[in-house]
Design a protein around this ligand. Structure first.
Ligand code: BTN
Length: 265
């Protein structure tokens, strides 16, 4: 397969060294998943698509993926006990650092792992993980680089729109990959706490009154207090003990009892 010129931009040692680029693909996550079943894929393998026809979002949703965005997935082989929780936060921090450096705009992170600017979503992260043939995690990242896809949620935003100038997906993708390698290696040595602390510096969720839904069910409503070392969110309701939440859709409550819609509400 022909290598995209983007590959020449990478300065990493192992993340992205196994690299595939597709002008059109169903889903970069699905591509890595099917390779994983069929062959021995190296740690840090990376797949990029210029557009996706069946981009996957969290919670079984789809991810609109027209040309002009960044659609990338990475494969990692963490130890089994590291599979849950924090790897998505780590990717969010790596992405936020890249976006800040490339655009000059400081983005935010909404738990569990939406990239937001000014309350509007510009990026989503989908982590899929399993244990066969050995523990693996596929980290898929979708970024609205130019503008939010037409037909997508009204409260989406693109990086170019937020920065007020053109932004290249290659710049964001190259720095994201570099940051991911750096942050993943640090995580292996220092564990979850520093990842959570770095995530907290970008967070827009903690300290807010939130409602967390899993499907139609509200699993917690109250003040978002903290993220623990497993990457779980703790919510304090007005009455009753704090609730530990593993995932779901968070809506941030505004004054006057309104809930700011989640990016896909
Ligand atoms: C979300 O719902 O917020 C997560 C969206 C994740 C989308 C990315 S695009 C690249 C990768 N491939 C996919 O099919 N999904 C992820």
């Amino acid at each position: 397969m022909e290598r995209h010129r983007f590959y020449e931009r990478l300065t990493t040692r192992w993340v992205g060294r196994d690299f595939e680029y597709f002008p059109v693909l169903d889903s970069t996550n699905a591509r890595l998943r099917s390779r994983l079943v069929a062959e021995n894929v190296p740690d840090g393998a990376m797949v990029v698509a210029a557009r996706q026809t069946a981009g996957r979002g969290r919670l079984g949703r789809s991810w609109l993926s027209p040309t002009g965005g960044l659609y990338v997935s990475y494969l990692f082989y963490p130890e089994r006990e590291r599979l849950d929780g924090v790897i998505g936060l780590l990717a969010g921090v790596a992405l936020s650092d890249a976006v800040r450096a490339v655009t000059g705009v400081t983005p935010g992170l909404k738990w569990p792992n939406d990239g937001v600017i000014g309350g509007r979503k510009y990026a989503g992260i989908l982590v899929e993980a399993g244990t066969e043939p050995r523990p693996w995690a596929i980290v898929g990242i979708g970024v609205n680089v130019g503008q939010a896809p037409p037909g997508g949620p009204a409260h989406g935003v693109g990086l170019a729109e937020a920065a007020g100038r053109e932004v290249s997906w290659e710049d964001v993708g190259a720095l994201l990959t570099q940051n991911l390698e750096r942050d993943y290696e640090k995580w292996l040595v220092h564990g979850n706490r520093p990842v959570v602390q770095r995530w907290e510096a970008y967070n827009v969720t903690l300290g807010q009154v939130v409602e967390v839904r899993q499907g139609e069910r509200v699993v917690a409503a109250g003040r978002a207090d903290r993220i623990d070392d497993d990457g779980f969110l703790w919510v304090s309701p007005t009455a009753g003990p704090p609730i530990r939440v593993s995932g779901g859709e968070v809506s941030i409550r505004l004054a006057g009892d309104q809930y700011a819609p989640g990016p896909r509400d």
